[in-house]
Design a protein around this ligand. Structure first.
Ligand code: ADP
Ligand code: MG
Length: 592
């Protein structure tokens, strides 16, 4: 027990710690993944800052992670030469929860009604630093930030509601820069302190860490040594009276040394032909803290004017929360320059907001390492990159839509259909790419959505336009009198039942040179005009129309004879240039 200043944990942390300590979680080994990922983040931060301030590296030039085990005492130490923490940072980072991964976990926990599944969630999300308490009952963090001339020690125990912080005054413990975590393992978990076990876990969990991870391993080499003969043997030899000959034997000389235990080449630098789907998916899950496999991925290199490498992913589900569709600050794209992590904090620079659900890494050799937000926003290189990334993202989505497994695209559409419709409104330039990806219900397909290509294929030879009706549900679309004539003529009509559909379609205007036509508009022409008949009807019913118009007054713009209905006597239609009834309904609901 140390003497130091005592601090209480924030309430959420205490709750989390309780959960962890009392968890019977069988997959406790995830603690290593979490702690290594923190070390790697700390190294990333340092490398990034050192680009503009090389002084930061002067105390320790090597950027690496070293893991030492003491199996007799059940102790693991994990040391990184990263950014370290100041005293205040220790309080802020290890006493409160502000961080994404852990916050996500707590939210999922809240969402999951069944408390019995808590254990599972730890493995899926990771609980960050606190996962150390899955296996340790005491954790000591000694850390030296290059921004502070003192080294500080944070110390916490598994069943406590508080932790302590003190200065590390023992020169024996001093590290030039970075953080050293010492885990005193619980009695039943001491097995983790076996060097071979740790090495196996490192290989398993950290293949995508781009800094070298060394583990402390026992090694051996063989050598011949002279042996002192034992007296009995010597006597025998004498009796044999052979010529004098020195005896030697082979022994194994043991020693301990650091051994590189991971592969450090980033996956995006590898040849796509040599990377398996499993590896892409693993990388995705580890990098973005996801537990579901992505729907699709795309690994590519672009050459020419601007060179960069990238791996993009389409997630399996949209993030929960209403504002995600309009919030481009998703931390979904990680930008590297010459392998140095630069930022994941973008605001539409690399992807338009409607595509902000796409996740991935981008590594460029053409941007300066000290690239700032202003540079990003003004850079011609970034503009070119953005164009290519967007194109690749569409290719990837198109790939899902062409998959033999129709369910894949249905899943995509359920989650991200809205995003693409938003794209129709916001990204005129990419209409050609978005339109084939859209899906709608129709008068001939009320169960399964169809694409515009399927609609076009199903058009009648004389049909010129793509017909649609916007409504609040399939049932009310199906029951509208506007549909009668079209059904009679066997013309397919798209049912736009999502509020955003109609605006999206109006922005598209046409598909494959066929105009979208609202069947509720006044000038609907089904190509079957019979002028002779119309003339007769007008003569016969003209007075009736005038009379009705008089009675209704300003409530309607005009009353006309029409050939649009087959069984209903009359219908209210929108003017050619007016809002459709659906739009009117929407506008009304907006202004309430
Ligand atoms: P997260 O990694 O999601 O931010 P963690 O609980 O894993 O959450 O870590 C909390 C914070 O503690 C980190 O964001 C970081 O600021 C700090 N931290 C943890 N480990 C280290 C380390 N090895 N070096 C420097 N800072 C660290
Ligand atoms: Mg972490």
């Amino acid at each position: 027990p140390s003497v130091g200043e005592k601090y209480e944990y924030q309430a959420e942390v205490s709750r989390l710690m309780d959960l962890i300590v009392n968890s019977l979680y069988s997959n406790k080994e995830v603690f290593l993944r979490e702690l290594i990922s923190n070390a790697s983040d700390a190294l990333d931060k340092l490398r990034f800052l050192s680009v503009t301030d090389s002084e930061l590296l002067k105390d320790a030039a090597d950027l690496d992670i070293r893991i030492q085990t003491d199996k007799d005492n059940g102790i693991i130490t994990i040391t990184d030469s990263g950014i370290g923490m100041t005293r205040q940072e220790l309080i802020d980072c290890l006493g409160t929860i502000a961080q994404s991964g852990t916050a996500k976990f707590l939210k999922a926990l809240k969402d999951s009604k069944d408390a019995g599944s808590d254990n599972n969630l730890i493995g899926q999300f990771g609980v960050g630093f606190y996962s150390a308490f899955l296996v340790a009952d005491r954790v000591v963090v000694s850390t030296k930030s290059p921004r502070s001339d003192k080294q500080y020690v944070w110390e916490g125990e598994a069943n406590a509601s508080s932790y302590t912080i003190r200065e590390d005054t023992d020169p024996e413990n001093h590290i030039p820069r970075g953080t050293r975590l010492t885990l005193y393992l619980k009695r039943d978990d001491k097995g983790f302190a076996h060097p071979e076990r740790i090495q196996k876990l490192v290989k398993n969990y950290s293949q995508f860490v781009s800094f070298p991870i060394y583990t402390w391993q026992e090694k051996g080499y063989t050598k011949e040594v002279e042996v002192d003969e034992d007296p009995a043997e010597a006597k025998k030899d004498e009796q044999d009276d052979t010529t004098e000959k020195k005896k030697t034997k082979t022994v194994v000389e043991k020693y301990w040394d650091w051994e590189l235990s991971n592969e450090t080449q980033p996956i995006w630098l590898r040849n796509p032909k040599e990377v398996s789907t499993e590896e892409y998916n693993e990388f995705y899950k580890k990098t973005f803290n996801e537990y579901l496999e992505p729907l699709a991925s795309s690994h590519f290199t672009t050459e020419g004017e601007v060179e960069f490498r990238s791996i993009l992913y389409v997630p399996a589900i949209a993030p929960t929360g209403k504002d995600d569709i309009v919030n481009p600050k998703t931390k979904n794209i990680r930008l590297y320059v010459k392998r140095v992590f630069i930022s994941d904090d973008f605001d539409g620079e690399l992807f338009p907001r409607y595509l902000s659900f796409v996740k991935g890494v981008v590594d460029s050799n053409d941007l300066p390492l000290n690239v700032s937000r202003e540079i990003l926003q003004e850079s011609r290189i970034v503009r070119i990159m953005r164009k290519r990334l967007v194109r690749k993202a569409f290719d990837m989505i198109l790939g899902i839509s062409m998959s033999e497994n129709r369910e894949d695209y249905e899943k995509f559409w359920d989650n991200f259909g809205k995003h693409l419709k938003l794209g129709c409104i916001e990204d005129r330039e990419n209409h050609k790419r978005i339109a084939p990806l859209l899906r709608f219900f129709s008068s001939q397909s009320e169960e399964e959505m169809i694409s515009l290509d399927e609609y076009v294929e199903n058009m009648k030879p004389e049909q010129k336009d793509i017909y649609y009706i916007a409504s609040d549900s399939i049932t009310s679309a199906r029951n509208t009198p506007f549909l009668e004539r079209l059904l009679e003529k066997d013309l397919e009509v798209l049912f736009l039942v999502d509020p955003i559909d109609e605006i999206a379609i109006q922005n598209l205007k046409s598909y494959k040179e066929k105009n979208f036509v609202d069947i509720t508009k006044e000038d609907l022409d089904l190509g079957d005009k019979n002028e002779e008949k119309e003339k007769i009807m007008k003569q016969e019913f003209g007075q009736t129309c005038d009379w009705i118009k008089k009675r209704l007054g300003d409530k309607v713009a005009s009353v006309q004879i029409s050939n649009r209905l087959s069984s209903s006597p009359c219908v209210l239609v929108s003017g050619k240039f007016g809002w459709s009834a659906n739009m009117e309904r929407l506008m009304k609901s907006q202004t309430v």
